[in-house]
Design a protein around this ligand. Structure first.
Ligand code: WT7
Length: 695
C-alpha cells in the first residue's frame, strides 16, 4: 500500500517532463502574470561598477577558470586547497574516483592521506590571521531586541569548552552526536565542537517530530544528544526537550539507548524548573560546559574521515543518511561561498536557512566561517512580529549579502511592498536564492523591490548530496536571466540526458546528471552503500543522477524544472511522498494513501494526499484533521498535507502499481490531460476520484 520499495523503479515512473522545454513549468504558479515567450531572452546585467570589483569580472575570465578546473581538476583544486591549513599534505593523487557502477563499487576520494581539521580552518586559522576580534556571528533572537554576538576569539573559547566537555564524557573521533537545537549560536558551536574532536555530527531540524528524531537516532546511534528545553517560534513556545524525551523512549524500545542528553537552558523561552528531567541522563549545558577550559587541542583527521551525517528524504519511506567527509567538503563549501557571493572581508552575510538543513551546514556555518566572514544567525520567524522583520534585521546589522528561499520571497511579496520600502536596505549588494526553482515574477520582485534593482541575484542550484553550489551565477561575471541558475561552478560538469541516458547537446530538456566527481560530493549513504549506488549511480550509468529535470536554452543557461522522482519540495524543504504515505497509513482508519506534489502559490509545491479509508468508515472533517495530525506527529508540521482527497480506490495497473501520473493530473485539475487510462485494472476509479474532487 505504501509507496516505496526499490527506488530504481521510479526512473521509469518519473513525473513527465514538460514537453518542449521545462520552461513552461518553471513559470508555473505565476503570481503577477508575465509574458513567457520572451523569458529566456530577458538578460539582467550586473552594473559595470559591480563587475569591476568582482572576483570574477567577465564571462571570459570564468571560461578560462572553468576550463582549467575541468582540464586539470587536481591542479585547480590543490592550488585552492593550499590556502588552507593541513597538518599533513595529501598523497600524490589529489583525487580518485569511480562513479561508473559497471566498473565496480562507486567511490570518491579527495585529498586522501592529508590530515586537517575543519574547525581549525574555520576558527583558529582566522584568529591566527589577526582576525580574532572580528565578529564571527551576530545572533538575532525571536523577539526584536534579543540579540548577541561572538568574535572569532570568543567563538573559539565556546567551541573549545564544549569540545572538552564532549571529550570528558567519552565522545571521541568517529562517534556520532545528534544535535536537535533551534537557531541559537549554540547550534553552530556544537557543530564546530564535534568537528574539532573528529566526532560526526548529525543535526536534526528542530521542526521534526519525536518519531522522525527517533528514526535518525536509531540509525546513527549517537553517544550524546544535544538539545535545549524550549524555543519560541513567533509567539508560540515549542518544548523541544519533551520531543527529545519522547524520541528517546522510542529509541530504547528499539534497543538504542542514549546515555546523555545535554540540554541548553533557553531562558528566553522557558525556565529550568518547568523542564521535565531524567536524572542521570539529562545534564544542563550551563552547569557543565562553562567549567571546561577554553583551549582544546585539535584532532587531526584524514581528509576522507566523516565530518557529518545529514538525513534527507528519498523515494522510499526511510530517510537517507547523507555522509560528507572532511577535506573535499571544506574546500568546496569555502570556494563556492567565496565566488557565488563574491565575498569581501567587509561583508555582513545573512542566510535565513536553519542549520537543520544542508544550507545551514554549508552556508550558515562552514562556507562563511572558512572565509572568515561575519554571519547573522537568526532564531525567529521571518514574518514575526510582522512581515518587515527581515529588512529590519538587514538594516540593523548592515547586511550586505542576503540569501534565502523562493517560498519566503513569494510570501513576503504577497504581504505587500510597504513592509520592504519602510526600511533602507542600502547595505545590500548581493541577493541569493535556494531550495527550489524561483519563478521569474518572484525573481523580479526580489530584484526590483528588495534589491532596488542594484543587487545581482545568485540563484544557486544544489542538493544535500552535492555539499555545495553546483549551478550558480557568479554575480559579476555574466548577465542573469530571471529564473535560471545559469552556469556550472568550477569543476562541475552538468549534462542533460534523455530517458535512455544518452547525453543531449544544445538546446534541450531532460534529466540532469553530473559527469565526474567534485570535492563536495557525498561519499555514501550511512550504512547503505548499495542504496547510494542504486539511487544515484545506477539510473544513468556513468553519471551521478540528481533527481531533477533541467532544460538548457540556446545561450547555454540552465533552467531547473523540479524533481522528477517521488520527492517533493515544500517551501524548500524536501520530503518523500512515501514518508507522508507511511505516516497516513499508520492511522488506524486509513487503508491506503498516495501523495503527490501540486503547485502551490507560496510553498512552490503543496502536499496533496489521496486517502482510502478502511471499509465502511465515513468521510468526515474530524477524520481529515486527525489524518493531518498523524503526519504532523510522525514527521513534523512542515509535512502536513495541504489537501486530503477522499479516494474510494486508487488508480492501479493490473500489477498493482499506483499510477501517480494520473493522480498528479487530478490533483492539478488537468482533467483533459489524464492520458491513457485503459491499462488500469479498474478505469472507473478515475471517475470516482474526479467526482470527489471538491469534497
Ligand atoms: C533539491 C535539493 C540545496 C539547498 C536546499 C535544498 C531543489 C535546490 C534549487 C534552485 C531549482 C532547486 C532541487 C534539488 N533545488 N535549489 N536554485 N533551483 N531547484 O536541498 O533538500 O537536498 O533539495 O532542491 O530539486 O534537487 P535539498
Amino acid at each position: 500500500a505504501v509507496g516505496g520499495g526499490d527506488e530504481l523503479r521510479h526512473v521509469e515512473d518519473m513525473a513527465d517532463l514538460p514537453s518542449g522545454a521545462g520552461k513552461s513549468s518553471r513559470v508555473k504558479g505565476v503570481i503577477l502574470g508575465e509574458s513567457l515567450a520572451s523569458e529566456e531572452d530577458d538578460l539582467v546585467f550586473p552594473s559595470r561598477d559591480f563587475s569591476q570589483q568582482a572576483l570574477v569580472s567577465s564571462l571570459q575570465q570564468y571560461q578560462e577558470m572553468y576550463k582549467r578546473s575541468i582540464d586539470d581538476p587536481a591542479g585547480f583544486w590543490s592550488e585552492i586547497a593550499s590556502e588552507f591549513h593541513w597538518k599533513k599534505k595529501w598523497d600524490s593523487e589529489v583525487y580518485s574516483e569511480n562513479i561508473d557502477v559497471s566498473k565496480g563499487t562507486v567511490m570518491i576520494e579527495w585529498f586522501k592521506g592529508a590530515t586537517t581539521n575543519v574547525c581549525y580552518n574555520a576558527v583558529d586559522r582566522n584568529i591566527e590571521a589577526g582576525n580574532g576580534g572580528k565578529i564571527a556571528m551576530y545572533w538575532e533572537g525571536n523577539e526584536p531586541g534579543q540579540d548577541g554576538q561572538l568574535t572569532y576569539a570568543q567563538l573559539l573559547d565556546k567551541v573549545c569548552q564544549l569540545a572538552n566537555y564532549l571529550k570528558h564524557v567519552g565522545v571521541s573521533k568517529g562517534d556520532a552526536v545528534v544535535i536537535y537545537l533551534p537557531m541559537l549560536m549554540e547550534l553552530p558551536i556544537a557543530m564546530l565542537a564535534c568537528a574539532r574532536i573528529g566526532a560526526i555530527h548529525s543535526v536534526v531540524f528542530a521542526g521534526f517530530s519525536a518519531e522522525s528524531l527517533a528514526q535518525r537516532i536509531i540509525d546513527c546511534k549517537p553517544k550524546v544528544v544535544i538539545t535545549c528545553n524550549a524555543v519560541r517560534r513567533g509567539a508560540k513556545p515549542i518544548f523541544l526537550k519533551e520531543i527529545v524525551d519522547n524520541a528517546l523512549v522510542e529509541c530504547s524500545k528499539n534497543g538504542v539507548s542514549v546515555g546523555l542528553c545535554l540540554t541548553y537552558e533557553n531562558q528566553l523561552a522557558m525556565t529550568r524548573k518547568d523542564t521535565k528531567w531524567q536524572d542521570g541522563r539529562d545534564v544542563w549545558w550551563q552547569d557543565v560546559v562553562p567549567n571546561f577550559p577554553t583551549t582544546c587541542e585539535v584532532e587531526w583527521v584524514d581528509a576522507e574521515d566523516p565530518l557529518f551525517l545529514l538525513y534527507t528524504s528519498g523515494s522510499t519511506g526511510k530517510p537517507k543518511g547523507v555522509l560528507h567527509t572532511t577535506g573535499g567538503y571544506m574546500i568546496y563549501t569555502a570556494t563556492t561561498f567565496k565566488y557565488a557571493f563574491d565575498y569581501k572581508p567587509s561583508d555582513i552575510y545573512w542566510c535565513t536557512a536553519d542549520c537543520g538543513w544542508i544550507t545551514g551546514h554549508s552556508y550558515v556555518t562552514y562556507g562563511p566561517l572558512l572565509n572568515g566572514a561575519t554571519v547573522v544567525v537568526f532564531e525567529g520567524a521571518p514574518n514575526y512580529p510582522d512581515s518587515g522583520r527581515c529588512w529590519d534585521i538587514v538594516d540593523k546589522y548592515k547586511v550586505t549579502i542576503f540569501y534565502t528561499a523562493p517560498t519566503l520571497i513569494r510570501s513576503l511579496m504577497r504581504d505587500g511592498n510597504e513592509y520592504v520600502t519602510r526600511y533602507s536596505r542600502k547595505s545590500l549588494r548581493i541577493l541569493g536564492s535556494v531550495g527550489e526553482p524561483i519563478n521569474p515574477s518572484a525573481w523580479r520582485w526580489f530584484f526590483n523591490v528588495v534589491g532596488d534593482s542594484q543587487c545581482p541575484i545568485s540563484d544557486t542550484w544544489w542538493q544535500t548530496e552535492t555539499g555545495g553550489f553546483m549551478i550558480t551565477p557568479l554575480p559579476g561575471a555574466w548577465p542573469q536571466k530571471p529564473g535560471s541558475a545559469t552556469f556550472p561552478f568550477f569543476g562541475v560538469q552538468p549534462v542533460i540526458v534523455d530517458e535512455k541516458g544518452k547525453e543531449i547537446e544544445g538546446e534541450c530538456s531532460g534529466y540532469l546528471c553530473i559527469k565526474k566527481s567534485w570535492p563536495g560530493a557525498f561519499r555514501t549513504l550511512y550504512g547503505d552503500h548499495d542504496r547510494y549506488e542504486t539511487t544515484y549511480f545506477k539510473p544513468f550509468p556513468g553519471y551521478y543522477f540528481t533527481g531533477d529535470g533541467c532544460s538548457r536554452d540556446k545561450d547555454g543557461y540552465h533552467w531547473l524544472t523540479g524533481r522528477v522522482d517521488d520527492v517533493i519540495n515544500v517551501s524548500g524543504h524536501r520530503i518523500g511522498t512515501a514518508e507522508i504515505e507511511s505516516a497516513l497509513v499508520s492511522h488506524p482508519l486509513c487503508a491506503e494513501a498516495a501523495v503527490v506534489g501540486v503547485e502551490h502559490e507560496v510553498k512552490g509545491q503543496g502536499i496533496y494526499a489521496f486517502v482510502t479509508l478502511v471499509e465502511g468508515v465515513p468521510y468526515s472533517e474530524e477524520l481529515r484533521k486527525s489524518l493531518v495530525l498523524a503526519v504532523r506527529n510522525q514527521i513534523g508540521a512542515f509535512a502536513a498535507p495541504d489537501k486530503i482527497h477522499w479516494a474510494p480506490g486508487l488508480p492501479k495497473t493490473r500489477s498493482g502499481k499506483i499510477m501517480r501520473r494520473i493522480l498528479r493530473k487530478i490533483a492539478s485539475k488537468q482533467l483533459n490531460e489524464l492520458g491513457d487510462t485503459s491499462t488500469l485494472a479498474d478505469p472507473s476509479v478515475v471517475d470516482q476520484l474526479i467526482a470527489l474532487s471538491d469534497c
